[in-house]
Ligand binder design. Sequence first.
Ligand code: 5GP
Ligand code: ZN
Length: 113
Amino acid sequence: MDNCIFCGIVSGAIPSKKAYEDDTILAFYDLNPQAPVHVLVVPKQHIACADEINESNSGVAAHIFEKIPEIAKSLGLTNGYRIVTNCGDDACQTVKHLHFHLLGGTKMAGEMA
Ligand code: 5GP
Ligand code: ZN
């Protein structure tokens, strides 16, 4: 989708440091990490946020969750990790392309919001 930063990263038009890639998903390091390890896992197809997951595209969301353990292991996250997805304005979603923050490498705060 035009004017979508993460579609630009998927296409290679915008550079990123990749952590994992296959035919349908990409994981890359967040530009402004909020934990020692902070990677974003995205579908290559444009889906705006979790609110747009439906019967026809949920397979890629399932695939992301199938791959997260492998990605986390490859990043050395052996003592746990946090997965966060922001959807919409109240959640302060800034990039309107579905993404899962994979955070770890430290003991994180217990509060979620
Ligand atoms: P959100 O607030 O939408 O859940 O998270 C968007 C994330 O994308 C932020 O953590 C932000 O640092 C990251 N981000 C925004 N633009 C870029 C970029 O061009 N490259 C990378 N690697 N991360 C980005
Ligand atoms: Zn996009």
